[in-house]
Design a protein around this ligand. Structure first.
Ligand SMILES: C[S@@+](CC[C@H](N)C(=O)[O-])C[C@H]1O[C@@H](n2cnc3c(N)ncnc32)[C@H](O)[C@@H]1O
Length: 265
């Protein structure tokens, strides 16, 4: 099994607003909100999108769940001003004991970090009220193929290879057809699933380097023993992308999902 990725919430928050938060805002637009829904933000990270969810449900409540201690702590601080309308829970999405059933589950940029999609969809359907909706956006088939190929070339070099013996990438990028089938099996109705290329261009080397260090390269960097080797790894990655002549672009592909639990339970 892959190692659990440890996040630095502040570093993530400082780079995610133009990328993950923008995807999340688009995801929220896929529902006509009534304003009084109860919502589960599944994998809330530092709580930036949770704030947008709270704005969509001025008479509703949000349970924001993340398993990462740094993310959960940052979300708690960030969301404190919403008082009893929000509850931050540090927990694994596959073990949601104590989480109340909700009208809507929102999960943005999370599911590709979870190996067992059958299990997570089963958990989601179980935590939705009858008639409730799940809205998911995550990495899909082909996500970051080019970026990962560059990273894997670097990790195969003699200097790094010894640290990656037995290392497994933590990501699981699903395709649309399998996800549709999986949703039906889990008991969802009316699934809408699509794959969407989302190439993301960064203004310059500095912005690109900061972003890949905080997000895309995180699992690789955690396999390395010290800051020196991490610096070298990031430096080589950025240099190779620059040398490609295609600019500082990440070849993101996103999987978008909307589905409902049957109103009859
Ligand atoms: C890229 S961040 C996305 C955060 C936030 N949803 C956003 O839109 O910015 C992925 C988050 O998913 C969380 N995560 C991954 N697997 C999880 C699991 N099994 N249970 C709970 N949280 C998980 C990570 O801890 C991390 O905070």
């Amino acid at each position: 099994m892959a190692e659990v990725t440890k996040w630095d919430a502040v570093a993530y928050e400082s780079v995610a607003s133009d990328v993950q938060l923008a995807w999340g805002r688009k995801l929220l637009e896929r529902r006509t909100w009534k304003g009084d829904e109860s919502v589960l933000d599944a994998g809330c990270g530092p709580g930036a999108l949770t704030e947008d969810i709270l704005a969509k449900v001025p008479r509703g409540r949000v349970q924001a769940v993340d398993r990462d201690p740094s993310m959960a702590e940052r979300a708690r601080t960030r969301l404190a001003r919403f008082g009893a309308r929000v509850k931050v829970i540090e927990a694994d999405l596959l073990h949601l004991e104590g989480v109340e059933p909700v009208d809507v589950i929102v999960s943005n940029a999370v599911l590709h970090w979870i190996e067992d999609h059958d299990a997570v969809l089963e958990t989601f359907v179980h935590h939705l009220k009858p008639g409730g909706q799940v809205l998911i956006q995550c990495g899909g088939e082909g996500n970051l193929e080019r970026a990962r190929a560059v990273a894997e070339e670097i990790l195969a070099a003699a200097e790094f290879a010894k640290h990656f013996r037995g290392w497994k990438p933590p990501w699981h990028y699903e395709d649309d057809a399998s996800t549709q089938e999986r949703l039906f099996i889990a008991g969802f109705m009316d699934p809408k699933v699509s794959l969407e290329p989302a190439p993301t261009r960064f203004a310059d080397r500095t912005a690109f380097e900061k972003f890949v260090r905080a997000v895309v390269l995180l699992p690789y960097l955690q396999a390395l023993p010290d800051e020196n080797s991490r610096e070298r790894f990031v430096g080589r990655f950025v240099a190779r992308v620059e040398a490609s002549g295609e600019g500082f672009v990440l070849d993101y592909v996103r999987l978008n999902v909307s589905a409902f639990r049957s109103p009859h339970g």
